[in-house]
Each structure stands twice: as C-alpha cells, then as structure tokens.
Design a binder for this molecule. Structure first.
Ligand code: 6PG
Length: 465
C-alpha cells in the first residue's frame, strides 16, 4: 500500500491503540516504530484490521506509504523525543505535509513547535487511557484551523461519541489543545484525590472493608456522581488479590505516581494568577504520598491519628453529597482557569465546547458535564459555581462538604483537596475578605500603598509618623 490516509509513529500502548482505532474506523494507516520488532508484532497481531495497516521499516518507507498531502501522528514520549522525531521527519516531508503531536505535551512546547515548525503542525490532547485510544478517546485539537480541518474527519470518526456527537473539537491555535488537556488532567487529579479522601473516611473513619466501600461507589455511580472515575474506583475497591487472599486495594502501596501534567496545570495557574486550590492540593497530595518514610517517622513521633468516626457524626449520604459539592468546585476552578488563559494567551477557548468534548471518552467524563455544558453555553464567563443549577446544588450540599472536612480534620484524616474546595467556596462567597490586613502589612513594611473603600487610591498608613 502506498496511499495510506494517515501515518503514525510510536507503537507504545497508546500509539498502538490509536492506530488500531484508526484502522477499525476504515482508514488505511501506515505505522512505524523505532524498534522494528514492535512494528512487526503489531502488524502480525492486527487480525481483521491487518489489511488496513502497513508496517514500515524506515522513516523513509513510512513517508512513502502515505498519500499526499500527508498527515502523520506522533505518539512518542513528551519532551525531547518529540523534538527529535520532528527533526528526523520534517526533512523527509513535503512542505504541506502535516505533523500531529498527539502525546501529552506541555503546551508551551506545543506553542514553540507550532512557531518553529517548517510546515503544518497540530498539537492534540487525547484522553481516555488505552481503552479510550482504542475505542474512542476525547480529542482536544490545537493549531491552525485549516490543518485541523484536513484531519477532522478522521479524528471525529475515531473519537468517543456522546449521544452521537463526536468528542473531538478544535480548541484554538498552537498549544490550545494541549493546554485544555492539561487542565483536564488537573481536574482529573482533583477528582481522583477527592475520591481517595472519602475512601479514607470510609476505610479509617468508618472501618469499612474495601468491598463494602466498592459497593458504596457502585451505588453512587447510579446517582449524581455518575462518572468514569467513580465507576473504576468501585471496581478497584472490589478487586480481589489471590496472593494476599484479600482485597487488592489493601496491598497497593500508598504512593501515587505522576507524569507531570497535574503539576503543569498547577504551575500554569500560578502564572495566570488563576486560583485552582483544589487542583493544586491534589498535586501536593501526590507529592506528599511519596514521602512514605517521613510519614512513617511522623507517625512514630506523634502517634496514629484517632481516626474512628461514629456514624452519628458523619454519614455515607453526607460523603456523597459533600463529594458532589467538591466536584463542582474543582470543575469550576478548572473552567475559570481556562477562561483566564483564553484572554492571557489570546485564545478564544470555547468553554461550552470543552465541557461537551469531555462528556465521553475522557477520564473525567461524568453525567454532570452535560449540565455544565448547558450552564457554560448560557454564560461562559460566569464562574460555574454561580450558574443557577450548580449554585442550587452547592446551596444544598456545602454543609455536607463542611461536615466531612470538619469531622475528618478532628479525627486526623488528611483531606487536602476537599478542605481546599470548601475554602475556595467560602472565599468566593465572601464579599468582604481579609486581604485589607495584607495590604496594611505591605504598606507598613514596604510602602506598597493601598486603596480605600471610600475611594482613595495609592494611600499610605500613618506608619512613618
Ligand atoms: C488521560 C490521562 C492520561 C494519563 C496521564 C496522567 O486523559 O487519558 O490523563 O493522559 O493517565 O498521563 O498520568 P499521571 O497520573 O501519571 O500524571
């Protein structure tokens, strides 16, 4: 075959799944991997899809196998490998051939690559893990719209569908797609951390077994919390480990890994001065989780926390409704950050479309996102927590979130993401805050000046007198 409709470089887990998905949707694809045996294995194991897949031995062969103007997807590890691959590939291509970086790139790198590109370039965020990549991911595109339009039919075909609508959308120029994917991952971190925190209350506070906790998650997954992450949390809690003859969850080391996308979001939020405390807390919690030795030393000095919580102090229902409030607040933070970046980077990031593209395929897909899309369509610039539907939910549930944090804290259960979320809620519903004290202090030691409520600006206190 010399007229494949698209090419793909990098047959790791995600690349192989994406290539199979493309072939499965009826497109002819040429693939190449640096290690030849991986390409051979992939083609040999392609089964019914084999007629649509051309394995190639060299980059030159790959380029020759694709119809012009070419489009080639890179699925290589983020960072230098992407630059190296572009540098190796670009000289072999025609001027109008398109390179698509579909890995989890830092959006600043994508901005740079789009800027330096010697030809058409797109950076697309792909979410959904291996299963999503194989059977329908959520796709967030970035780059020139004309380049997106060249491959949109393929990306939409392979994407997840929400009630028939493809979850593949162009977000804006240059790094816009990878930026939206980074915020997606920030929300993913917060969602996961808050679920872990309520798991901690059930395990340590209520003394529940992993399978019992799994049943609670399974029940919640039929209600307002319905989401992929709640669903898999139930499955993880229910898994049995034959080696230890007990719940698998109980034998998993409590130190969370991270590839860095949550950290990028937290760092970028600081640059944008956009408050995302729940997401930042989730990143911090992962860092803290890795300090196992220090945590064990701390427990030896201070003793284990008195964690047992009576059901008269906190109920499973409050955990559910408090988690609903926490979830709304972390999505509100993420969408507000996207809005901030939209003006700072001169992107017109389409908030309602972002909510829609996250409704299926991606890791943070949840039934709430449909209502979020509706709320953001009505008013994309309003903080989601003020949208009537979500304001009503927060009014109904913020006391439960408060109760979880209060009771959990009294019992020594760390819950950084939930606590940050209720602090965000309280700060965002308080018109007269306490930063007047900060301004007074700044003026005292540095004559930084302050504004007065009665109209004066550039004012100073009587400190020098
Ligand atoms: C997704 C995931 C995926 C991956 C991330 C997060 O949307 O499909 O976010 O991109 O799981 O790399 O990984 P870490 O938890 O290791 O940061």
């Amino acid at each position: 075959m010399t007229n494949a409709q698209i090419g793909l470089i990098g047959l790791g887990t995600m690349g192989a799944a994406l290539a199979s998905n493309i072939a499965d949707n009826g497109f002819d694809i040429a693939v190449w991997n640096r290690t030849r045996s991986i390409t051979n294995d992939f083609v040999e194991n392609a089964g019914d899809l084999a007629p649509r897949i051309t394995g190639t031995e060299t980059l030159e062969d790959l380029v020759a196998a694709i119809a012009t103007p070419r489009a080639i997807i890179l699925m290589v590890p983020a960072g230098q490998p992407v630059d190296d691959q572009i540098n190796a590939l670009r000289p072999l291509l025609d001027d109008d051939d398109l390179i698509i970086d579909a890995g989890n790139a830092l959006f600043h790198d994508t901005n740079r690559r789009a800027n330096e590109a010697q030809g058409p370039f797109l950076g697309i965020g792909v979410s959904g893990g291996e299963e999503g990549a194989r059977f329908g991911p959520s796709i967030m595109g970035g780059g020139e719209k004309t380049y997106w339009d060249r491959v949109a039919h393929i990306l939409k075909a392979i994407s997840a569908k929400h009630k028939g609508t493809p979850c593949a959308t162009w977000m804006g120029k240059a790094g816009a797609g990878h930026f939206v994917k980074a915020v997606h991952n920030g929300i993913e971190y917060a969602d996961m951390q808050m679920i872990a925190e309520v798991y901690g209350v059930m395990r340590d506070g209520f003394g529940m077994s992993a399978p019992d906790i799994g049943s609670v998650f399974a029940r919640w997954n039929k209600g307002p919390l319905q989401s992929y992450l709640i669903e898999i949390s139930g499955k993880v809690a229910n898994a049995f480990d034959s080696k230890s003859n007990g719940p698998l969850l109980d034998i998993i080391v409590d130190a969370a890994g991270q590839k860095g996308t949550g950290r990028w979001t937290a760092i970028e939020a600081q640059h944008l001065t956009s408050p995302i405390p729940g997401i930042e807390a989730a990143v911090v919690a992962r860092n803290l989780s890795s300090q196992r030795k220090e945590r064990a030393e701390g427990e030896a000095i201070f003793g284990a926390a008195p964690v047992a919580i009576g059901t008269d102090q906190l109920s499973i229902d409050q955990l559910e409704t408090g988690l609903i409030a926490g979830k709304i607040l972390s999505y509100a933070q993420g969408f507000a950050m996207i809005n901030a970046a939209s003006s700072d980077y001169d992107w017109a990031l389409p908030l309602p479309k972002i909510a829609r593209v996250w409704r299926a395929g991606c890791i943070i897909r949840s039934s709430m996102l449909d209502d979020m899309a509706t709320a953001l369509t009505r008013n994309p610039d309003r903080n989601l927590m003020q949208a009537p539907a979500f304001a009503d939910l927060l009014k109904a549930h913020h006391m439960a979130l408060r109760q979880i944090v209060a009771v959990g804290t009294l019992h020594g259960i760390a819950m950084p993401a939930l606590a940050s979320s209720i602090a965000y809620f309280d700060a965002m519903r308080t018109s007269r805050g306490t930063a007047n004290m900060i301004q007074g202090q700044r003026d005292y030691f540095g004559r930084h000046s302050f504004s007065r409520l009665d109209g004066g600006v550039g004012c100073h206190g009587p400190w020098a007198e």
